[in-house]
Ligand binder design. Structure first.
Ligand code: NAP
Length: 486
């Protein structure tokens, strides 16, 4: 079945349950990063469209907040079922606009859907509280109410999952959403919108505004009084701008921002497990995840052995168009991304780092934005790639001697999203769990994301948590009722 026949290829705006063109009729091209081919011309939302979407969401939210949690739960569950039923078509859309291999795209669809399933269940568990009052003639009750209209802005690296993990808790809590997906990858978001309509989720609750006018759409969201919350996933720089824009209205803000994950391997670790964790954490999505291992700290006595094992595992990569069989590493998202990763690599080499392994360039890469997986040794601690997000398949190896030294290295970052620790020493696990300054820590594993766990960072990696029972907190207001019986 072709994508058109699947009914999920929707290159338009979704406003109030209706697919429409942009107010000024403009469109923009979306390209396949593996081939450079234009795969769609998508309606390019303007601030006027954002205004229309916010009005629709405001109307829809009032009615939605009145529905029972059971009804919300059932509709979310139906949406989850439809997403999983259409996993293959959604994965294909994801691969052609984002570049990740089809197998990874299928995993992302299941991962995104797991948040819809989880919040379909959590919708039934929006508990309040009864609190002991200061005197017996009063009763203190706490109820949770939906925040209202939520605006979401999401990036291109997980165009399905990053949006699903905002839409699902928002709807479960009784909110409506206006969503701006990344301009590079709008089609996955729009397909999710179609399936929400098919599931019977009422018109106006999910509005989707693909646009190349990110700044203007962001301002249309933050300056509109009807929007009571912004939920953003993306770079720390844009997150900071949005905080400033939300200040005048004191809008609530949730932020999932950049990371700089340290990956620490001690000499008592299971090295094969550490290599497996390194492959998953560093090279998934061609190194373009916010929780990617960004800096490898390897204890001196096992440094050479670990590097050799990792190089041997990297030789098994198959790099190319994600639609082709057996491909394990796809392209980067854009030419700009390629240039940034190359600049970080050049900087490290100019400071003394050496390339110990780099995949051979292939002619079939010419039209796309491929970057060869690379392992760097002798990386000095002042190289730019130890403090900036690489967002590409480059693994810098840095030796360390002592636990105290590596804790200092790991914490020397303004980011605090994820860290990874490989050791068999239980007491060391306890000490580093306390000392490492991140929101998430993978202990003897390189894979940490799932819908049941609270995903999020500290320091400049963000505010709030997505997934888990904490994931609803960002979409509800706590109201305290004081009843007097005197
Ligand atoms: P980005 O430039 O911040 O873009 C993210 C989103 O913000 C896109 O939809 C983008 O639209 C939009 N945007 C850009 N400028 C804006 C502005 N002035 N006002 C409002 N919206 C604006 O980030 P990116 O480079 O695409 O994405 C990668 C970043 O996301 C990395 O730093 C990564 O670590 C982070 N990330 C974090 C998490 C997490 O959970 N912590 C998860 C995934 C990614 P356009 O695409 O149209 O420019």
């Amino acid at each position: 079945m072709s994508l058109i026949e699947s009914g999920l290829f929707k290159p338009q705006l979704l406003i109030d349950g209706i697919w429409s063109a942009a107010a000024d009729g403009s469109v923009f091209a979306v390209e396949n990063p593996a081939t450079g081919e234009v795969i769609a011309r998508v309606a390019d939302a303007t601030p006027a469209d954002a205004g229309r979407a916010i009005m629709a969401a405001t109307r829809a939210q009032i009615a939605w907040a009145e529905t029972s949690v059971l009804e919300r739960s059932r509709l979310l569950r139906k949406w989850f079922d439809l997403v999983m039923l259409n996993q293959d078509a959604l994965a294909k859309i994801l691969t052609i606009e984002q570049g990740k291999p089809l197998a990874e795209a299928r995993s992302e669809i299941a991962y995104g859907a797991s948040y819809i399933e989880w919040f379909a269940e959590e919708a039934r568990r929006i508990y309040g509280d009864v609190i002991a009052p200061p005197e017996n003639s009063t009763r203190i009750l706490v109820i949770k109410q939906p925040v209202g209209v939520v605006a979401t802005i999401t990036p291109w690296n997980f165009p399905n999952a990053m949006l699903a993990r905002k839409l699902a808790p928002a709807l479960a809590a009784g909110c409506a959403v206006v969503a701006k997906p990344a301009a590079e990858t709008p089609l996955s978001a729009l397909a999710l919108g179609q399936l929400a309509l098919d599931a019977g989720i009422p018109a106006g609750l999910i509005n989707i505004l693909p646009s190349t006018h990110a700044k203007e759409i962001g301002e249309a969201f933050t300056s509109n009084e009807q929007v009571r919350k912004i939920s953003f996933t993306g770079s720390t720089a844009v997150g900071k701008q949005l905080i400033t824009q939300c200040a005048p209205d004191v809008k609530r803000v949730s932020l999932e921002l950049g990371g700089n994950a340290p990956f620490v391997v001690f000499d008592d670790a299971d090295l094969d497990a550490a290599v497996e964790g390194a492959i998953a954490s560093k090279f998934r999505n061609a190194g373009q995840t916010c929780v990617c291992a960004n800096r490898f700290y390897i204890q001196q006595s096992i440094y050479d052995t670990f590097c050799e094992k990792l190089i041997s595992a990297m030789k098994g990569f198959s790099i190319g168009n994600g639609l082709d069989n057996g491909i394990t590493i796809g392209p980067l998202i854009s030419n700009r991304a390629q240039q940034k990763v190359q600049a970080l690599l050049d900087d490290a080499i100019s400071r003394g780092a050496k390339i110990a392994c780099q995949a051979m360039q292939d002619d079939s890469w010419q039209a796309g934005h491929f970057f060869p997986p690379t392992l760097l040794v002798n990386v000095p601690t002042d190289a730019r790639l130890t403090c900036e997000e690489i967002f590409g398949p480059v693994a810098p190896m840095i030796p360390f001697e002592t636990e105290a030294q590596v804790v200092q290295f790991a914490n020397a970052s303004e980011y605090g999203l994820a860290a990874y620790l490989f050791t068999r020493d239980a007491k060391r696990i306890k000490r580093l769990s306390d000392q490492l300054q991140t929101g998430m820590l993978g202990i003897n594993t390189g894979l940490i994301s799932n819908a049941m766990a609270p995903f999020g960072g500290i320091k400049q990696s963000g505010w709030g948590r997505e997934g888990s029972r904490y994931g609803l907190d960002d979409y509800v207001n706590v109201k305290y009722l004081c009843e007097s019986f005197s």
